[in-house]
Design a protein around this ligand. Structure first.
Ligand SMILES: Cc1cc2nc3c(=O)[nH]c(=O)nc-3n(C[C@H](O)[C@H](O)[C@H](O)COP(=O)(O)OP(=O)(O)OC[C@H]3O[C@@H](n4cnc5c(N)ncnc54)[C@H](O)[C@@H]3O)c2cc1C
Length: 524
């Protein structure tokens, strides 16, 4: 029987899990035997995906949904056989609010993060005053930018729609997703759709209107198949996706409480007395004396070693590091110091969510939406609040409400730094202000995610291209995760699957060349 190719995936978040599942799918379909091990530092899988039941409520610590526009999560769910577990948002209340001068004002229908696509709703909204609306309307006359250089989201919005749109609408809407300061956020890495609209139509509004009309025409012509809302989740929460990967991957080993500390290249040699592995470090190489890449690349028996905090090691033909960039950097510092430096340069913000359970009768607000976002210019203390049990069914028992407040990020580091009691007090005070809640919650639950939100700064994609180019010097080493080309769950899955496919191709090639060499050897 052919020797199994060994793969180690570092990190048991959705990126690592999706990498493992795709690899095991490929191996099953194409017959190359692989031994896949996922190593996870924590005591559970899922990373920031954390769903738990408490007193009949379903709490989400991390992501509570995924968007249907990017299909990777839905497709993975289908392949896992849990498509029937997917739920859409509650149609009756499909809208959100933005906080302005003491009120929660509905985002006008058809408003797409920074720009309107329905003129009537836009003209009627109280969210923007007439000056701001006029300035926004002028967007159709503003010429497109002549250079192709990346720019900040703030610059783009100010340039096309004016300062008030940036501060009152774009910043809170985008801030809710990236917990970032748009002054630093890269447009091409985070909102490429707007850049593309400007480049194609010369105007974002014009582009949105034209596309909306075209879509309308098409959808009346072919209205078939299930229609999901923009945000989707699972009946039992996002954790269903993680649990289902485990259930459907009997061939994958999941090792918990295994903190990887170092990834090194080794030259592997076979001799008549058996198999020996020589880690480069053990051979006297350190980060200053790594042998030339060409030498390593030419070594057909090259492999990788993952060292763990407890002194254990794992050997692999290929390694995928599915961690945040700041966690990946120290792992590769000895083998790829320049790569490590670039990874460490991607900034991160910390965020926390506070789930709060209430009796419905204790909340005076109508809760006729999915939640609200709070502009940073208001100098208030939270980023956003979801009306979780309104947004999705099954999140709270009858007569109860589950709210989820987002704190931290680039504008609220001091709130993230509060201890649990202070954070709860701050959040309940804030909710009194927005929703008029005087009563204390039945219970609260805080989830903290230190340095988990990558900040895609201007020039981010150039940095990623450079990281990618450097990786080609390290055959068998792969990186995936939310640091690179998208932070949402669907993007993490998409790029994890693409890393898995690249790994599989690499292993196939490696096996082919090993087969060729053994044929050559036996014919001598
Ligand atoms: C509060 C919050 C809300 C969000 N909401 C949404 C949302 O609604 N929709 C959406 O699409 N996206 C959302 N996101 C973004 C999305 O959830 C994340 O980007 C994505 O889940 C990240 O997955 P990951 O596997 O790349 O990283 P992680 O989930 O961070 O997983 C990395 C794993 O690696 C482990 N690890 C770390 N170091 C080591 C080591 N040295 N050795 C071994 N293991 C290690 C960690 O313990 C962790 O389990 C949200 C994120 C947060 C934090």
């Amino acid at each position: 029987m052919k020797e199994k190719k060994k793969i180690v995936i570092v990190g048991g978040g959705i990126s690592g899990m999706a990498t493992a599942y795709r690899l095991s799918e490929l191996s099953r379909a194409q017959g190359i035997p692989v031994e896949i091990t996922v190593v996870e530092a924590g005591s559970r899988l899922g990373g920031v995906i954390e769903s738990k039941r408490q007193d009949g409520f379903l709490l989400e610590g991390g992501p509570d949904s995924f968007i249907s526009e990017k299909p990777a999560a839905q497709e993975l769910a289908k392949r896992l056989g849990i498509a029937n577990e997917i739920i859409g948002t509650n149609d009756k209340f499909r809208r959100s609010f933005i906080y302005k001068k003491g009120n929660l004002i509905p985002v006008p229908e058809g408003f797409y993060l920074i720009a309107p696509s329905q003129i009537r709703a836009f003209l009627q909204t109280h969210l923007l005053d007439w000056r701001t609306k006029f300035r926004m309307g002028c967007e159709v006359f503003i010429p497109k930018r002549s250079t192709n250089e990346d720019e900040s989201v703030a610059n783009f919005v100010r340039r096309r729609f004016g300062k008030a749109t940036l501060e009152e609408v774009a910043q809170p809407m985008i801030g809710g997703i990236y917990t970032a300061d748009p002054e630093y956020l890269s447009l091409e890495a985070t909102m490429p759709q707007f850049l593309e609209l400007e480049r194609t139509y010369g105007s974002v509004i014009k582009g949105l209107l034209l596309r909306r009309n075209a879509k309308r025409k098409n959808s009346t012509q072919s209205a078939s198949g299930p229609r999901y809302s923009l945000f989707l989740s699972f009946k039992e929460g996002m954790k269903e996706l993680v649990d289902s990967v485990v259930k459907n991957s009997p061939d994958v080993r999941f090792k918990l409480n295994a903190t990887a500390v170092c990834v090194t290249r080794m030259s592997r040699s076979t001799n008549p007395f058996g198999f020996f592995s020589f880690p480069l470090k053990a051979c006297g190489y350190d980060k200053k004396t790594i042998p030339p890449t060409s030498l390593l690349n030419s070594s057909r028996n090259q492999c990788w070693q993952v060292d763990f905090e407890n002194g254990a090691t794992l050997e692999a033909d290929a390694v995928c590091i599915a961690l945040s960039a700041c966690q990946a950097a120290p792992l590769v510092i000895s083998v790829a110091p320049h790569l490590a430096k670039q990874l460490a340069a991607i900034p991160y913000e910390s965020v926390a969510t506070v789930n709060l359970a209430y009796k419905r009768s204790d909340i005076p607000h109508k809760l006729d939406g999915f939640g609200f976002v709070v502009p940073a210019i208001t100098k208030r203390k939270i980023v956003a609040c979801s009306f979780s049990s309104v947004k999705f069914d099954g999140r709270a028992p009858g007569g109860m409400v589950l709210l989820r407040v987002f704190v931290g990020g680039a504008f609220h580091r001091e709130i993230y730094a509060l201890d649990d009691n202070e954070m709860t007090r701050t959040v309940t005070d804030e909710l009194r202000h927005y929703l008029g809640i005087e009563k204390l919650p039945l219970f609260t639950s805080i989830s903290r995610y230190p340095r988990t939100m990558p900040q895609y700064q201007v020039g981010h994609l150039d940095m990623i291209r450079s990281i990618q180019a450097q990786l080609s010097d390290f055959p068998g080493l792969y990186l995936t995760g939310n640091a690179y080309r998208g932070i949402g769950v669907p993007d993490c899955i998409k790029w994890a699957e693409s890393a898995a496919e690249a790994m599989y191709t690499f292993l196939k090639e490696k096996r082919k060349s090993a087969d060729l060499n053994s044929v050559k050897g036996s014919s001598k």
